[in-house]
Design a protein around this ligand. Structure first.
Ligand SMILES: [Zn+2]
Length: 285
């Protein structure tokens, strides 16, 4: 199954929903950054969540950034996503290895620790929107749920999952977001809560062969659900040698001279995609 995200609505019930399958792009993130299994799970969950949140943006040029600053061994996670279905991201310490948690799962909460989650939306206005909340569990889905409730006053349910194949490559990755509109009825909430406590995990559903559409039907099948078109999603970094050159041109003459003083090649590193751009002393000249 190719990676894609869908949006859906149940207007009469007052629910909007998103679902994603993201195996290939999480595998690309893992390979690019040499991520350990627990870091793959952490970044994969955040990338999947951010791509669904990207679908809430109005314009393809709008940019969503989520940064998690934790006191766990993985330290910080940063991802960006756009409505066009592209995302990129990295973990400060990509090779964290931890024992499984009490449930026998990858200990994402232990790798992230306690700290903050910050969302910045650059909508092309003068000031970007931003909201920050304290991490609840560091497991990402609960933290995003809390962010929606506190910062956006939108009751939501977020499910995210990454399943590894023999701790080496990504077997399944994906997630869903359900959001309640202000006029939602009590009985709708009660029936949703019942469904949410009875469904298997996202990766179990994906492993069983369920598509994002199937997952939303399983969650919201009892409502008047209308599902939008599939939008392909991918890991994409917009850095390039040309962009790095332009950034170097924007430096002051003295700053460039300082960079050149050592007569060594200059390496500019892109954290998002783990690419090095090397410039020789003569190029700097
Ligand atoms: Zn890059």
């Amino acid at each position: 199954m190719e990676d894609y995200v869908i949006s859906a609505n149940a207007p009469e019930a007052g629910i909007r929903a998103f679902a994603i399958t993201s195996r290939a792009l999480v595998e690309e993130a893992r390979a690019r950054h040499n991520l350990s299994p627990v870091c793959t799970a952490a970044l994969g969950r955040l990338l999947s969540g951010a791509l669904m949140m990207g679908q809430m943006l109005k314009n393809d040029t709008d940019l969503l950034t989520i940064r998690i600053e934790g006191d766990g061994p993985a330290k910080n996670l940063t991802v960006t996503a756009r409505a066009d279905g592209t995302a990129k991201g990295y973990v400060s310490v990509p090779d964290v290895v931890l024992p499984a948690n009490a449930l026998g799962k990858l200990d994402v909460g232990g790798a992230v620790g306690r700290g903050f989650l910050r969302v910045v939306k650059d909508l092309g206005l003068k000031e970007p929107y931003s909201g920050e909340v304290e991490l609840q569990t560091g497991e990402i889905a609960e933290d995003l749920t809390y962010y929606f409730a506190v910062s956006e006053q939108t009751p939501s349910s977020v499910g995210l999952g990454v399943l590894m194949k023999k701790d080496v490559t990504v077997d399944q990755a994906g997630g869903f977001i359900l959001q309640l509109m202000p006029d939602v009825k009590e009985e709708t909430i009660a029936s949703l809560e019942k469904v949410l406590t009875s469904i298997p995990s996202v990766t179990t559903m994906l492993k069983e062969g369920l598509s994002p559409e199937d997952i939303l039907k399983k969650l919201l099948g009892s409502f008047d659900l209308s599902i939008g078109e599939r939008r392909p999603v991918s890991f994409r970094c917009d850095c390039s040698r040309e962009k790095v050159k332009r950034a170097l041109f924007s430096l002051k003459k003295e700053e460039l001279q300082n960079l050149r003083a050592e007569e060594e090649p200059l390496t500019v590193h892109c954290h998002f995609c783990n690419t090095d751009y090397v410039f020789s002393p003569s190029e700097l000249l």
